[in-house]
Design a protein around this ligand. Structure first.
Ligand SMILES: [Fe+2]
Length: 166
């Protein structure tokens, strides 16, 4: 299973959706809109490109669009909750990336993600964050699924070998 894939076709469809989202403030230099309505065929397609079957809606945030727009804004290190028996899994698509920073960091490893790329985050298993943005906006659409624990853990164990942190 790949950690990062190139999905410009999906990014293009989601980019249009982003323009209509009403975003709320979410800490320094950040805003987001949760519980986005995204055509299920797009969600299914993205999860399938990572070799997973979308299973169940994630009740807290659902699918969301997040924007880091001020110098130094970033996502702090955290994990996300999941109900008993499930993991919280997110496929994220980079719609727009700043000139510097805005890169996802998963389990302490920074991923080289550019516009039009998607990455998978086992967000109830691994710590995740992003590097501070500089010179431009970071716009990410995040699609969530609750996935049965044993399926998610098996997929997580099959991730392509991690690239060393730089
Ligand atoms: Fe998260």
């Amino acid at each position: 299973m790949q950690r990062v894939i190139h999905t410009p076709d999906i990014a293009k469809q989601l980019g249009l959706l982003g323009h209509g989202a009403l975003m709320r403030p979410n800490g320094y230099g950040r805003r987001f809109a949760a519980k986005l309505e995204i055509d299920q065929s797009i969600v299914d397609e993205l999860f399938s490109r990572f070799g997973l079957v979308w299973e169940m809606e994630e009740p807290d945030l659902g699918h969301f669009i997040g924007n880091n727009y001020l110098m130094g804004a970033h996502v702090h290190v955290h994990t996300d909750p999941a109900p008993e028996g499930f993991h919280h899994v997110r496929c994220n698509v980079a719609i727009e990336m700043p000139k510097f920073g805005g890169k996802p960091v998963l389990d302490g490893v920074e991923l080289d993600v550019g516009e039009g790329d998607a990455w998978i985050c086992f967000s109830s298993i691994e710590e995740h964050s992003s590097t501070p943005v500089r010179n431009g906006d970071r716009v990410v659409v995040s699609m969530a699924s609750l996935i049965e624990k044993h399926i998610a853990e098996s997929a997580y164990g099959k991730l392509a070998p991690k690239i060393s942190a730089t």
